[in-house]
Design a protein around this ligand. Structure first.
Ligand SMILES: N[C@@H](CCC(=O)N[C@@H](CS)C(=O)NCC(=O)O)C(=O)O
Length: 203
């Protein structure tokens, strides 16, 4: 068996993966059929990933090769989801980290966490921001087309899995084409999603 690729991932509880970007990487590595090993990382542990010459996760280590996987962001929906789950993300931090999280995030955004977070009230905006994806999935089973998931699917599914890990809010209606697509993605890759800790009531 190949030596696992290690991924520095944002720490929740065991098997609780909080970062959409890390999820996209988990999917992509699983897509290649490669084993993966998680190195749990906290937001204030920039020193541990300094070898990647930047301060964000995911960082992967594959043998002696380390580096950051650079992805582009899907803009709208992830920004809205961030506001929906922001207090859950705060609450998922360890008691020692919470004051640091509050202080650095409030300084960065220039507002109280409670003013940034919108919770469930953000759902209509989130669903609206998914409209272009909905149109695509009405035509094709995957963002990558007919044949199966590709990186675009990994990235969007990563966003949903971060929501699942953190928040009980129902992001999708059952009759949404994106709902069926999410079910397909959550069943893919030998159950990497099934084994992840999250909020089943949010589905
Ligand atoms: N666009 C970045 C996204 C990575 C990112 O923002 N990761 C977050 C976790 S979701 C992070 O590491 N945050 C550390 C911090 O905010 O200090 C990338 O190219 O990988």
């Amino acid at each position: 068996m190949a030596k696992p690729i290690s991924i520095y991932e944002l720490e929740g509880g065991p098997n609780q993966f909080l970062s959409p970007y890390c999820w996209a990487t988990r999917f992509a590595v699983a897509h290649k059929g490669l084993p993966i090993e998680t190195i749990r990382w906290k937001l204030n542990e920039g020193d541990k990933i300094a070898f990647s010459n930047q301060g964000l996760v995911p960082v992967i280590v594959d043998g002696n090769k380390g580096g950051k996987w650079k992805w582009f962001i899907t803009g709208g929906p992830l920004g809205v989801l961030f506001k929906i789950i922001f207090l859950d993300l705060f609450n998922a931090q360890s008691p020692e980290l919470k004051p640091w999280f509050r202080e650095t995030r409030e300084a960065k955004f220039g507002a109280k966490l409670e003013e940034i977070a919108v919770g469930e009230a953000g759902v209509p905006d989130f669903r609206k921001a998914l409209e272009p994806m909905r149109q695509l999935l009405a035509e094709y089973p995957y963002f990558g087309g007919m044949d199966g998931p590709s990186y675009a699917d990994h990235f969007v599914a990563g966003m949903f899995m971060a929501g699942y890990a953190l928040s009980p809010v129902k992001l999708l209606e059952k009759d949404d084409v994106i709902y069926a697509w999410r079910e397909r993605m959550m069943a893919a890759y030998s159950g990497i999603c099934k084994n992840a800790v999250g909020h089943p009531e949010s589905l």
